[in-house]
Design a protein around this ligand. Structure first.
Ligand code: FE
Ligand code: FE
Ligand code: FE
Length: 162
């Protein structure tokens, strides 16, 4: 699957997303540790388990294309994670730190939501019948996580931080 057609673009985007999910898998334990509120720690822990499955789903998407799973550097996720790290360094251990951690995590989720949205649209266009439902399953988890974090922020963490 080489060249510059939509198939090649799909594969490139898949590799970018694979890199991103693996980077997120490494960052989540740090975020869990930095979180002060127990329910935020739990939310990060739940999403860590989901992310492990998301990497496996991407493995399955690569397999369905007859490709081996590999990443290409995603500068966007590196930047988003680095910003989260900055927040931990400056605000870690404070109630505002938890609000900042949620904001950082939601930036990650939103990045993922755009990537999976695009991958799903391209999979549909390309008739990749095995890939599409796998990608959709992950997109639902990212959207759900985003919602859980919003609720947590608005109902508990932001009022406490203020
Ligand atoms: Fe993910
Ligand atoms: Fe990227
Ligand atoms: Fe996610």
């Amino acid at each position: 699957m080489a060249g510059t057609d939509l198939n090649a673009l799909f594969l490139h985007q898949l590799k970018d997303t694979y890199f991103a999910e693996n980077a997120i898998l490494k960052a989540l334990p740090t975020m869990m540790e930095a979180a002060r509120a127990d329910d935020l720690k739990v939310a990060f822990g739940v999403h860590l388990k989901e992310t492990e499955q998301q990497v496996k789903r991407l493995d399955a998407v690569f397999r369905s294309l007859g490709e081996k799973p590999e990443g290409v550097t995603c500068k966007a996720i590196q930047g988003i994670i680095a910003e989260g790290q900055e927040i931990i360094e400056e605000f870690g251990g404070s109630d505002a730190g938890d609000a900042g951690l949620i904001a950082a995590a939601q930036a990650v989720e939103h990045y993922e939501i755009t990537r999976y949205g695009t991958l799903i649209a391209w999979a549909k266009q390309l008739g990749l019948a095995e890939a599409e439902p796998l990608l959709k399953e992950t997109l639902l988890e990212e959207e759900n996580t985003d919602g859980v974090l919003s609720d947590l922020a608005e109902e508990a963490i932001n009022p406490k931080a203020a």
